[in-house]
Write a protein that binds this ligand. Sequence first.
Ligand code: COA
Length: 288
Amino acid sequence: MRIRRIEQNDAEVCGKIWYEAHKAISFAHGYTSEPPSEEFGIGLIKSILGNPNSWGVLAERQDRIMGSIFLHRFPPSPVAVIGLLTVHPSAEGNGAGRKLMDAALFQARKQNHEQVRLVQSPSHIRSFVLYTKSGFTLREPLFLFQGQPLKGGTNACSNNIRHVRDDFDISLCNELCKSVIGFSRELELRKAKDQGIATIVERDGVMTGYAAGIGIGCHAVAKSNKDLKALIANASAILGPGFFVPARNRELMRWLLENGFLIGWPANLMTIGPYKEPLTPFLPSLAY
Ligand SMILES: CC(C)(COP(=O)(O)OP(=O)(O)OC[C@H]1O[C@@H](n2cnc3c(N)ncnc32)[C@H](O)[C@@H]1OP(=O)(O)O)[C@@H](O)C(=O)NCCC(=O)NCCS
């Protein structure tokens, strides 16, 4: 088995494998497939290959691609993220998953990333075993929530919401993020600001939370659940198939369920290296 860098012309095969592997798992457990179609899988892998902060390798045997893995950076965040690890169902059990993971963790160390994170699909025991054996610890069980923003339709959402406007707002968000999770997620926040989806919640003129969008690729941190609810309720849209909520946040989960949101699928946030337990409510992205 050979491990090598993924080239643009491998995207089609890798995208198909990603789709097929997830479809098989979702079907077996009665969930909607995470990648909605083969074309989506291929498109996503092509776009990852064009991202200078992403790195990917594949495993092949006798010129047949067995699977692939990606590692992503979000500078200046100290965290590296493993995303889209897939081995074709017919190639499972040959150690390809472990070899790909070893290669990605080696690359993370080369990049001086002490902290590595991923979001795992708990319905798949193979991946949980592989991640545990590779050194990951389960930190937060998550659920993907699906529904529509409530547009201030509950009294929990009376706080003032506005867009992130400038560098001063960004620095306020960074400070809050550092105090809650230990570091800032400025790259993602700036991207969300440029897309017009980053919002701030204020109470009595003081910033008490922000969301870099509400959706599967977005994160949010807040001083209280009231602030987080306001950010969710007033989002302009839920981006992608839904957003992840830490299952231990019973108050937020209950509020979402009472307001008509549905649970799409479960997930687990797993980490290697130092981990600061968030001190106040947060929403993780698909990455971390
Ligand atoms: C997850 C995935 C990448 C694993 O690939 P793989 O090549 O089968 O992985 P490996 O064989 O290297 O590792 C799996 C390990 O789980 C172990 N395992 C599997 N089922 C187990 C069980 N029920 N209890 C204990 N161990 C188990 C295997 O023995 C193996 O460990 P070993 O290498 O020490 O023997 C692959 O199954 C896949 O792509 N699945 C679908 C997509 C997916 O779930 N991706 C991850 C998203 S988070």
